[in-house]
Design a protein around this ligand. Structure first.
Ligand code: ARG
Length: 600
């Protein structure tokens, strides 16, 4: 709506129809923001494609379109450049009106999509009895940002936390709990101080073989048979782990919660009938004692078809089988139209094969699609997965504590005027926000180097930089308000007799004169495109790049253009830009799941 390209598209389409023929009215004029000022504000890059269809040289096509462009009031200058780019410079007054409209719009110029889609986002997916480590942050942090962005655009978003709570390891874990004196009835009151230690101890005993390993095997059978005491112990372990996961998720400020858990065990009763159906459909067959589907198009290095193992030779249903059931549940029961899975890149093949099986079985498509949104590793300076100096894995809860402690030190130093309570809140926002932003700001699919200094730096593409930029603007706005109420005296706000109909306060006109003002307006009007591009590529880093660019553009504006000292009309106009910048920064950070404190 505020995005100028939406005004430019029909103008260019009229010009294409006039210059080339009516059949070109529906062609995409390929409007993009210009990369450099010398190429104008926007470019229409359709001439290259149109040259192919018309058989005329692209420059000639571009000239013809420019010749018929009726851009009065919108386009100040249209020039053909290079092989056939049309460089468009927009009217200052038009930009001012668009900015004014965005400022008056509660959605800040970001419209909702015309046709909402029903998304099922699978993220979180922690594993019971395993403590959350640093790399476990990626799925929930990225998935949650995407859930917020897609929801903001008006899509329906169903969150699914595919909790790993099933499998053979629970036999040994339960037996270990029994050795530790857990009893089904009292289990709920006990706490596990360290889930990882528990797991390692159980594993060591199991690897030792003997009686314990035998007991563990029997426990698995009992668990699968639903034996009451075994299930109670298992449940206690799940509950205990859940407490830990949810505490970390809450601290991370995620929108995913206990209600979104759809654990592996949930699908367990569906697996046997599903296996039978796959056999009946002629898709699954026995191979070396295991029930397998060999989806089309997947072969190993030896050229042999690769199996998705539904049930192994011991009769156990594995991870892939559960995911086939989960895809089916998401399309058939949740009515999902687009399923997106946020896990690390190592599972790409797994998901590709699961989706292929589901397509062959008719549980996916034509009304539904599934995609894997993979991400890279969190690595240290050496490019290897991040660990402590002694080589231990890093617990996510400890990482959060350290991030907040480091942020607290900075806040105490830089913001001594804040009271202790506010300092605590700001430190939490900067520490947790810094950590999340550090994860989101890099292209999702790539590894990124974990770096405390970069993460909490007040300069550069970081959360603290954006948070400080936002708080600084809020303080300008507070000063403006204080000045205004001083100038007009008390009681003015409510003025206007009872007889007058109160019209909603119109946003003052936005005057675009200085180049830095212009640059800021153009940046502000790009919010919608930025949010859409995040949705398009499941790429939260694009929003980070946008917000960083906006905050930098604002800084240049504020250095060049006085606000509070300007004459009234200019001052009002610039205050609109300040307010809109602050709103976009806080809304944008909010879409990433990051808080923007009012004062810092
Ligand atoms: N628990 C899994 C793991 O740790 C992640 C689950 C991802 N979601 C899914 N539907 N498979 O790798």
């Amino acid at each position: 709506m505020a995005d100028p390209s939406q005004t430019l598209v029909p103008l260019l389409q009229d010009a294409m129809a006039a210059a080339l023929g009516e059949e070109f009215r529906s062609a995409d004029p390929v409007i993009r923001r210009s990369a450099q000022d010398k190429f104008g504000d926007y470019q229409a890059n359709a001439a290259m494609a149109l040259a192919k269809t018309t058989g005329r040289p692209p420059r000639e096509v571009a000239e013809a379109v420019v010749g018929r462009l009726r851009g009065e009031g919108v386009v100040a200058k249209a020039e053909v450049a290079g092989p056939g780019f049309i460089n468009l410079t927009l009217e200052d007054a038009f930009l001012g009106r668009q900015a004014q409209a965005a400022a008056a719009d509660p959605r800040l110029g970001v419209s909702e999509v015309g046709e909402p889609c029903r998304f099922v986002l699978d993220y979180g997916g922690a594993n019971v009895a395993k403590e959350l480590l640093v790399h476990h942050m990626r799925s929930p942090v990225i998935g949650d940002a995407m859930a917020r962005v897609l929801g903001h655009l008006g899509h329906v978003v169903i969150r699914q936390d595919h909790l790993g709570d099933w499998g053979r390891q629970f036999g040994m874990l339960i037996e270990h709990l029994v050795d530790l004196g857990w009893e089904a009835g009292s289990a709920g009151q006990r706490t596990i101080s360290d889930l990882n230690v528990l797991y390692q101890e159980a594993q060591t005993k199991f690897d030792g073989g003997g009686v314990f390993a035998e007991r563990a095997r029997r426990r698995v059978v009992q668990l699968q048979a639903g034996e009451a005491e075994t299930v109670a112990l298992w449940q206690a372990l799940v509950d205990e782990s859940e407490r830990h996961f949810q505490a970390v998720y809450r601290r991370l400020g995620l929108t995913i919660g206990p209600d979104d858990i759809r654990a592996e065990s949930f699908y367990n009763p569906m697996l046997e009938p599903m296996a039978r159906e796959l056999e009946e459909k002629g898709l699954a067959r026995m191979d070396q004692g295991a029930l397998c589907v060999f989806p089309e198009g997947f072969t190993g290095r030896d050229g042999q078809p690769l199996p998705v193992i539904i049930r192994n030779s011991e009769g156990a249903y594995l991870y892939a089988a559960t995911d086939v059931a989960a895809v089916r549940y998401s399309t058939e029961d949740l009515k999902g139209e687009r399923l997106v899975y946020f896990t690390d890149a190592r599972q790409s093949q797994h998901f590709a094969m699961v989706f292929a099986v589901c397509r062959e079985a008719g549980w996916l498509g034509p009304d539904s699609t599934a995609e894997h949104a993979p991400f890279g590793n969190v690595v240290g300076e050496d490019g290897r997965p991040l660990r402590t100096r002694s080589g231990d894995s890093i617990k996510l809860a400890d990482l959060l504590d350290e991030a907040v402690a480091r942020a607290r030190a900075v806040v105490e130093e830089k913001s001594p005027d804040l009271g202790p309570e506010e300092q605590t809140a700001v430190a939490e926002a900067v520490g947790v926000g810094g950590l999340k932003y550090h994860d989101l700001a890099n292209d999702r699919v790539k590894d990124y180097v974990f770096d405390w200094d970069r993460m909490l730096a007040r300069e550069g593409n970081t959360a603290p930089y954006l948070q400080y930029a936002h708080a600084r603007i809020r303080s300008i706005l507070r000063r403006a308000e204080a000045g205004a109420s001083e100038a007009s005296g008390p009681g003015v706000a409510g003025a206007g007799g009872a007889g007058e109909t109160s019209t909603p306060a119109e946003s003052p006109a936005v005057l675009v004169a200085e180049p830095q003002e212009r640059a800021l307006v153009l940046a502000l009007l790009g919010f919608e495109v930025a949010v859409e591009s995040v949705a398009e590529g499941m790429s939260p880093h694009r929003l980070c790049t946008y917000l960083f660019d906006l905050a930098s553009t604002f800084t240049s504006f504020y250095e060049a253009c006085p606000v509070l000292r300007a004459e009234p009309a200019v001052r009002d106009s610039r205050l609109v830009l300040c307010r809109l910048t602050a709103s976009i920064l806080s809304t944008g950070l909010g879409l990433l799941g990051i808080e923007a404190p009012e004062r810092m």
